[in-house]
Design a binder for this molecule. Structure first.
Ligand code: UFG
Length: 325
């Protein structure tokens, strides 16, 4: 099966690309390399450097590749940045997405798997969060992702494009070759491991006065290899609709730091800092739908296993993809 992967040089897209290739798919990656890394793209994949904001570029690529399905990862994904420069998020995530969808309609591509997010729910009324929970994003990032879900819901009705929305909770961990390398890095686990490596002095805990057992925010950390599996399941004919991808268990910021201390054997100093704007106290998935309807069987439901994989990766590649491999 021939597939086009937008954003296949990014953190999650590169892992899914590798998994698709290992399963015999013919993969073309489309990425502008603005935030992704060429070295993260598996050498077995074809590669097109291009930007979804240029409609003619994605039209040409779609017509040339003529995939049977598109997996769409390419997007900006920083909540804080989205509140400072929302226009970037709507132009790229929504505008770029619409160019992609238009190219799919023009070429008659029947299937889309979309990298969505639990940020589309905003601060939930109830935790764990199921797919029926109201979608009320509290940041421009979440709104841009929800906007594209809505567009594709109409295109499913009117053009028959079968769409799957995978709403990730907190993607984390690494495979042997591929890991998390953002610049700037804002995510908790890589920041904690930079302190363990001695490359930064202390972890800043953004808020220790939340209404949670230890006062720090709770998140549902999901290993990227498990996320990758869900994409292959979502590609099957007949699968459509939204699926939360989370384990249904949460870990607090302090629990993440404690696990990293155990695994690395390093002290990992930390300090309490003010709350970060837009952080809900707890985001945990009710993941039953993915288990039942998608047949998802996650393997890394233990936080230690996730952090161990990330720790192995940062020790092997302390400069990330900076030195092209
Ligand atoms: N945190 C710290 N110190 C840090 C970094 C993070 O205390 O140095 C805290 C955050 O305040 C938050 C938790 O750790 O409470 C997790 O933060 P991350 O930045 O790792 O992840 P987020 O939950 O903010 O964001 C992730 C994805 C987004 C997605 C969002 C959904 O990165 O793309 O989940 O809520 F939209």
């Amino acid at each position: 099966m021939k597939v086009l992967v937008t954003g296949g040089a990014g953190y999650i897209g590169s892992v899914v690309t590798e998994r698709l290739l290992n399963n015999g798919y013919d993969v073309t990656v489309f990425d502008n390399l603005e935030r992704g890394h060429r070295a993260a793209v598996d050498s077995r994949a074809s590669f097109i450097e291009g930007d979804l904001r240029h409609a003619n570029v994605i039209n040409d690529a779609m017509a040339r590749v003529k995939p049977e399905a598109v997996l769409h990862f390419a997007a900006y994904a920083l909540v804080g940045e989205s509140m400072e420069r929302p226009e970037l998020y709507f132009e790229n995530n929504l505008g770029g997405g619409m160019n992609l969808a238009a190219a799919m309609i023009r070429c008659g591509i029947p299937k889309l798997v979309f990298s969505s997010t639990c940020a589309t729910y905003g601060t939930p009324l109830r935790v764990p969060i199921d797919e029926q929970a109201p979608q009320k994003p509290e940041n421009a990032y979440g709104e841009s992702k929800l906007g594209f879900e809505k567009v594709m819901t109409w295109y499913a009705k009117c053009h028959g494009i079968q769409s799957v929305f995978l709403r990730y909770f907190n993607a984390a961990g690494a495979t042997d070759r591929l890991g998390e390398d953002h610049n700037p890095e804002t995510h908790l686990i890589p920041n904690v491991l930079q302190v363990a490596l001695g490359r930064s002095a202390a972890v800043r805990i953004f808020g220790a006065d939340y209404p949670t057992p230890d006062g720090t925010c709770i998140r549902d950390y999901v290993h990227i290899a498990d996320l990758a599996d869900a994409h292959l399941l979502a590609l099957r004919d007949g699968v459509s609709g939204a699926f939360n991808l989370g384990y249904g268990t949460g870990a607090s910021v302090r629990q993440v730091i404690d696990a990293a201390r155990r695994i690395s054997g390093c002290e990992i100093p930390c300090e309490t800092a003010p709350r970060r704007a837009g952080d809900p106290p707890a985001l945990v998935a009710a993941g039953e739908k993915a288990l039942k309807e998608l047949g998802w069987r996650p393997q890394y439901t233990d936080l230690d296993a996730i952090i161990e994989s990330a720790w192995r990766w940062v020790r092997q590649y302390p400069d990330g993809y900076e030195k092209e491999r």
